[in-house]
Design a protein around this ligand. Structure first.
Ligand SMILES: Cc1cc2nc3c(=O)[nH]c(=O)nc-3n(C[C@H](O)[C@H](O)[C@H](O)COP(=O)(O)O)c2cc1C
Length: 169
């Protein structure tokens, strides 16, 4: 397993837009017996309820969602620029309900205070879920969003996660 150092939040200098929408991250949740990971590119970072938080958006059908709901914690792992993108594509297109994604990718789960993350990453954010809000069609103000993103009824839940630790390799 690699060694990660805690990184104070005020030296976190990543651009949140490119970090998520271009580089992508891997959301992981679970416990020491079983964890699951999936690629994400929607979300954000900010301040809410006087806490540093992240926002992630997880559709109903994602197997990883069951792990967040069961354990109440999750992590986001980000990788070096030259990390093999086909691995992130795989984690973002195959469900852990059907395949052992860690075995297939030769990635490993590491833990920070019992919260699982991907050991091969270089930046890790561990979070405690504070709130889960399902984005229903009634909550959408712009009708185009439902037409573009939710025609199949596979809705997102927005999780607000309190950032517990930022870890850098
Ligand atoms: C680049 C990329 C970004 C993605 N972002 C999200 C996301 O933000 N939220 C989401 O619910 N699914 C997202 N997905 C889809 C999930 O990663 C995908 O459905 C995955 O297979 C779910 O795995 P699981 O069933 O093991 O949880 C994304 C996929 C890719 C390739």
């Amino acid at each position: 397993m690699h060694t990660f150092q805690p990184c104070p939040i005020d030296v976190f200098e990543e651009n949140p837009f490119t970090l998520l929408s271009h580089d992508w991250g891997v959301l992981t949740a679970g416990n020491h017996e079983k964890a699951n990971s999936m690629t994400i590119s929607w979300g954000g970072f900010g301040v809410l309820w006087n806490k540093n938080v992240c926002y992630i958006f997880v559709r109903d059908t994602r197997y990883t969602k069951e792990f967040i709901d069961s354990y109440g914690t999750f992590s986001l792992t980000f990788f070096q620029k030259d990390f093999n993108r086909s691995i992130l594509m795989y984690l973002g297109s195959v469900s852990g309900a059907r395949e052992d994604k860690m075995k297939m990718t030769h990635l490993h789960i590491n833990y920070a205070d019992d919260i699982p993350f991907i050991d091969e990453g270089n930046l890790v954010i561990t979070c405690k879920a504070l709130s889960a809000v399902r984005i229903t069609p009634e909550s959408l103000i712009d009708p185009k969003i439902e037409a573009e993103h939710y025609k199949d009824g596979n809705l997102h839940t927005m999780y607000v996660g309190e950032i517990l630790q930022v870890l850098a390799r």
